[in-house]
Design a protein around this ligand. Structure first.
Ligand SMILES: Nc1ncnc2c1ncn2[C@@H]1O[C@H](COP(=O)(O)OP(=O)(O)OP(=O)(O)O)[C@@H](O)[C@H]1O
Length: 257
């Protein structure tokens, strides 16, 4: 892998409320290389979303540094795209107008960027739906529109916070394949937060297992080549998949004790 694209160095974050201070994550060191797909798994409340928010520049950590290349991240930036579990499409805008929002906000709405948006909509099977409203689409189609909206500003790295968890199982498997192939094709890096161990193994090059109170990195697993090179659907059938599943399950189970 090439040199790190996005990096966390000794990152600790403490949320301060009126009644308490909660150390959500402690001393996190993490590097994401160009083109790499990394998943974060861990028990509820271990700080996965806090890690993503720091990587996105939405949160400034209490201590430590987040670097994009060799520059500190001081706020949200074009190079880092964020996709969430809820699609947050605006009901009153058509699908095309929804996916153009990021370009509008960044002052990049030009003929060629608009053409690129239409190209991506076609690529993700939404070409015939660009003039309809979100309420006319299924959950999976709406998530695909949200993915186009994230990709259209051409980020180098995508932060995916449980993007498939609200979908039915069949749609989720199809979308895992589609997202995996789209990101590989466009050479994007990704950090996926998921509670689904199978999804993490099937989609990733590397898995970070976290533990909680405060959230720390407990273990890192490199996914063997023959699993990570398969499409997520087929990866589930690959030799060694269930051994990895059991290993991660045990790490998470130990954490509950
Ligand atoms: N805005 C906030 N103010 C105060 N505490 C917070 C805030 N956001 C998160 N926390 C606390 O920080 C810790 C980590 O939360 P975080 O949402 O990052 O965990 P998570 O692993 O993403 O959880 P889940 O898997 O349930 O989504 C938790 O104890 C949570 O209660």
């Amino acid at each position: 892998m090439s040199s790190p694209l996005l990096k966390m160095q000794n990152v600790t974050h403490v949320y301060v409320t009126v009644s308490e201070a909660i150390k959500a994550i402690e001393n996190i060191n993490l590097s994401i290389a160009a083109g790499e797909f990394v998943s974060l798994v861990g028990p509820s409340g271990c700080g996965k979303t806090t890690v993503l928010s720091c990587l996105a520049g939405i949160l400034q950590p209490t201590a430590g540094h987040v670097l994009l290349g060799d520059k500190p991240i001081k706020g949200p930036c074009r190079q880092v795209g964020y996709m969430l579990q809820a699609d947050y499409l605006f009901a009153w805008r058509t699908i095309l107008d929804n996916v153009l929002i990021g370009l509008e906000v960044m002052g990049q709405l030009r003929h060629e960027t608009k053409k690129h948006a239409q190209f991506l909509l076609n690529e993700l099977g939404l070409g015939d739906y660009k003039h309809v409203y979100p309420s006319q689409l299924s959950g999976g189609m709406r998530q695909r529109a949200a993915l186009v909206r994230t990709l259209v500003t051409n980020p180098d790295i995508l932060l995916l916070d449980e993007p498939f968890s609200a979908l039915d199982y069949q749609t989720k498997l199809k979308l895992e394949n589609l997202v995996f192939e789209t990101l590989k094709k466009h050479g994007k890096s990704a950090v996926l937060v998921t509670h689904d161990i199978g999804e993490a193994i099937a989609m990733s090059d590397r898995i970070i297992v976290m533990d909680k109170h405060p959230g720390r990195i407990k273990r890192e697993l490199i996914i063997p080549d023959h699993i990570r090179q398969a499409r997520p659907f087929d990866a589930r059938e690959a030799e060694g998949f269930y051994d990895l599943f059991r290993q991660i399950w045990k790490e998470l189970d130990d954490d509950e004790d």
